[in-house]
Write a protein that binds this ligand. Structure first.
Ligand SMILES: [Zn+2]
Length: 446
């Protein structure tokens, strides 16, 4: 596919000029050097060739039309950034995005709490400016707008930017880069607060992106950056959060070095319970504020945990390989007893899990999902049809594999009637288990 000369990865500050990385052509580039510091990387886990996790397909589309790309985790030998060896053309991944943040009321509420906190702490008002990178459908900026604080959203996905526009949230439909940030700055559009939630992992050119943050932040501004935490991913064997859209898997250690390269400082860090356990960083221009003790504490914890040790990554790879076999065998044993089985959450992580574990229509009859954008389509690769979530109660499969386990409490609460009628969910990671637990020994887990 020909790529429009997109704005991703065009300009770097001279001090960060990188040699041309990788090779390959067209939609896939193989990276041999670290995306943050250009040192060599070392592969530690291969998932084989997987379809793009959000590329839902028509149920009857020929499988020859489905593209598959290798998926390999590597770790930087110098800064210890965990990343993919492959970069799929971002225009293929993000121009039509099927994930609407507002589909999760819990996530919208999480965003509302964060906005109210920043409005109070930074005394934001009509003269302030809040910018969000990857603003999606306006799930976060709407809270600022309601409080009378001017906002600008930036999101490359045409379809979700249209949803934001309906909420009257001004959205620039572009990839965020140093070039875009520079042009906003030239127009006097700088941020008192900049949000970047769950977007850093999508960025192919990290130094350029961080240079853009430095450009768009006012001298006393703060960037609030959230992303799933690598230590949680490894501790809970969340291997299914690995897919082509997630180019990097962050711990604090490599990020402190990356921000420092661009004149920024991580001044505070918090652990938050979203997306399987995340970090929230508060980043400011170097010297704008003193660091909170949380930063040094967490860096010390990461050393003790093994951020620098190859054994940490090798151990994760071997536990993941075992789980790849134990999940399908758990499901097969239930099927062998004549139980019916569906799945819930046509999520990207679901696509990784089903394809990597080799679970298809022989095991799962349908995937239920609340998003109307997904219903009527099928999961990539394994071609399991996607149906409306409110049909789950009527279909009443004995077991429902929870593919969106990061929203498990919310989903189980929404599907209380299904559980009252005897339906049970299976949470796949860190090891498959049935919830709510079954009292009846006839339904005991294998
Ligand atoms: Zn590195």
């Amino acid at each position: 596919m020909s790529v429009p000369k997109n704005r991703e990865s065009v300009r770097r500050p001279p001090s960060l000029a990188l040699p041309r990385k990788g090779g390959g052509n067209g939609a896939l580039r193989i990276e041999k050097l670290c995306r943050a510091c250009v040192a060599p990387t070392q592969a530690f886990l291969s998932f084989g060739a997987l379809p793009l996790a959000n590329a839902l397909v028509a149920p009857d589309a020929p499988s020859s039309e489905e593209e598959r790309y290798p998926l390999t985790l590597t770790v930087c030998t110098s800064c210890r950034l965990v990343q993919l060896a492959e970069t799929v053309d971002p225009a293929k991944l993000f121009r039509q995005y099927v994930y609407l943040s507002s589909m999760s009321p819990a996530f919208v509420e999480h965003a509302g709490r964060l906005a109210r906190r920043l409005i109070a702490e930074r005394a934001l008002g009509p003269a302030s400016k809040v910018v969000e990178i990857a603003s999606n459908d306006g799930y976060l900026l709407q809270h600022y707008r309601e409080a009378g604080v001017p906002v600008i959203g930036i999101d490359p996905a045409v379809n979700v930017a249209q949803v934001a526009a309906q909420r009257d949230i001004q959205t620039i439909c572009e990839f965020f880069t140093a070039e875009l940030a520079g042009s906003l700055k030239a127009r006097g559009e700088q941020a008192d607060v900049l949000h970047a939630n769950n977007v850093l992992a999508h960025v192919a050119d990290l130094p350029d992106f961080v240079a853009g943050i430095a450009a768009i932040l006012r001298p006393d501004g703060v960037a609030v950056i959230e992303f799933p935490y690598l230590r949680e991913l490894i501790a809970n064997l969340e291997f299914d959060t690995v897919y082509h859209e997630h180019l990097c898997y962050f711990s604090l250690t490599p990020l402190v070095a990356l921000f420092r390269q661009c004149g920024l400082a991580v001044n505070q860090v918090e652990r938050i319970p979203v997306h399987g356990g995340s970090l929230r960083l508060f980043v400011q221009h170097a010297g704008a504020a003193g660091p909170h003790p949380s930063v040094a504490d967490m860096l010390a914890q990461e050393i003790a945990w093994g951020v620098a040790d190859d054994a940490t990554y090798r151990g994760f790879a071997s536990a993941t390989t075992q789980l790849r076999d134990s999940i399908p065998s758990f499901l097969r044993q239930l099927r062998a007893r004549g139980r019916s089985m569906a799945a819930y959450g046509a999520s990207a992580k679901g696509a990784t899990l089903l394809n990597y574990c080799g679970i298809g229509r022989e095991t799962i009859d349908a995937v239920f999902d609340r998003s109307p954008l997904k219903q009527g389509l099928a999961m990539p690769g394994v071609r399991i049809p996607i149906r409306a979530a409110d049909e789950l109660v009527r279909a009443r499969p004995d077991y429902t594999l929870l593919l969106a386990w990061n929203f498990s409490d919310e989903i189980i609460a929404q599907q209380a009637e299904y559980c009252r009628n005897g339906g049970r969910f299976i949470v796949p990671v860190p090891s498959p288990r049935i919830v709510p637990a079954e009292a009846d020994s006839g339904h005991a887990p294998p």
